[in-house]
Unconditional design. Structure first.
Length: 330
């Protein structure tokens, strides 16, 4: 991207200013878009492909307590949206590791078979490479499904588990009609800033905040890049991963201390637009019930319910989210 366009784009992205109709394109790995902390690269080899996994590794800014927190992003996001959570944790003495999973953010958009097992393995390899033997694993949205899989695969490496409005608390295959990867990819290829904005607005029951544009506009900028077909393909493949690989039947197997932070006004359902039956639609995405049911399935789990809060508590009500998180980590 030309340097002068980058100069114009970044202040608006970082300030949370309202969107404009034209954005400078960003490629598949968001080159030119600056994250809040230094980005490093972990080389991986998956299905014969040499891939690059981006991550931030932020040291404690107060007296270090020797503990590490891993923050796992959602499907329609990337690691940078954890910015204030990173700062809060680092100020409390934690080292904070924030990967962009393969297929997201600044990591490669690979055409591979995506699985939560593979993403968990990549995350474990990252921690091993960094010399982290045990970590607190925090997952939001899709990151909650991944965090659950990580805790099931690597309980010895999971100090505590935190699930923030995770998707996958129910089996979407029960109510959401099946679509092929090609169909999902075709839908993704039609994405525009307007369609992305319409979907992200559903995350905020009290009105879309202008500050969220800083996390939406980079995604919108990718839709006008020659790289976008690659991004759309990865989006279709990861939709299939979520749909085909539920974790909702395994919560009773979790053996680590667990906290669920659930915004009570969230009604997220992956593939919601595919549901035609009004009765089915009304029954799914009921986070108050899903949160309580899941907490009851996990031995000793703690549940923090946030009234009138939507899908992204760490952005919508940062102070409440961080208070609940730090209390649990004491």
């Amino acid at each position: 991207m030309p340097r002068f366009l980058l100069f114009l784009l970044l202040p608006l992205l970082l300030s949370g200013a309202p969107a404009w109709s034209q954005t400078a394109p960003l490629n598949a790995t968001l080159d030119g878009y600056e994250y809040p902390f230094a980005v490093k690269i972990l080389p991986l080899k998956i299905e014969g492909q040499a891939l690059r996994m981006a991550y931030m590794d932020v040291p404690a800014t107060a007296r270090a307590n020797g503990r590490t927190v891993v923050l796992l992003h959602g499907k329609n996001f990337f690691g940078a949206y954890w910015r204030e959570t990173i700062r809060t944790l680092a100020a409390a003495g934690f080292r904070v590791v924030v990967p962009d999973q393969i297929g997201f953010g600044k990591s490669d958009k690979a055409d591979i078979h995506y699985s939560f097992h593979q993403l968990a393995r990549n995350t474990k390899h990252l921690l091993d490479t960094l010399g982290v033997k045990k970590a607190i694993v925090v997952g939001h949205s899709m990151g909650g499904m991944l965090a659950t899989r990580f805790a099931l695969l690597y309980p010895e490496a999971t100090e505590k588990l935190v699930l923030e409005n995770p998707i996958g608390l129910e089996d979407y295959r029960v109510g959401v009609p099946f679509q092929t990867v090609d169909q999902a990819e075709a839908t993704e290829r039609k994405s525009t800033e307007a369609s992305i904005r319409k979907y992200h607005a559903t995350y905020y029951p009290n009105g879309y905040p202008a500050a969220h544009d800083q996390w939406l506009l980079p995604l919108a900028a990718q839709t006008t890049s020659p790289d976008f077909p690659k991004v759309a393909r990865a989006n279709g493949l990861t939709f299939e991963m979520i749909y085909q690989q539920p974790v909702s039947y395994e919560f009773n197997r979790i053996a680590v201390p667990t906290l669920l932070i659930i915004g009570q006004a969230d009604r997220t359902v992956v593939g919601k637009g595919l549901i035609k039956d009004p009765k089915t639609l009304a029954q799914m995405g009921q986070y108050p019930n899903l949160g309580r049911r899941t907490a009851a399935q996990i031995k000793g789990a703690k549940l923090v319910e946030l009234p009138n809060v939507g899908h992204i508590p760490h952005l919508e009500v940062s102070a409440q989210f961080h208070k609940a998180l730090l209390t649990f980590l004491q």
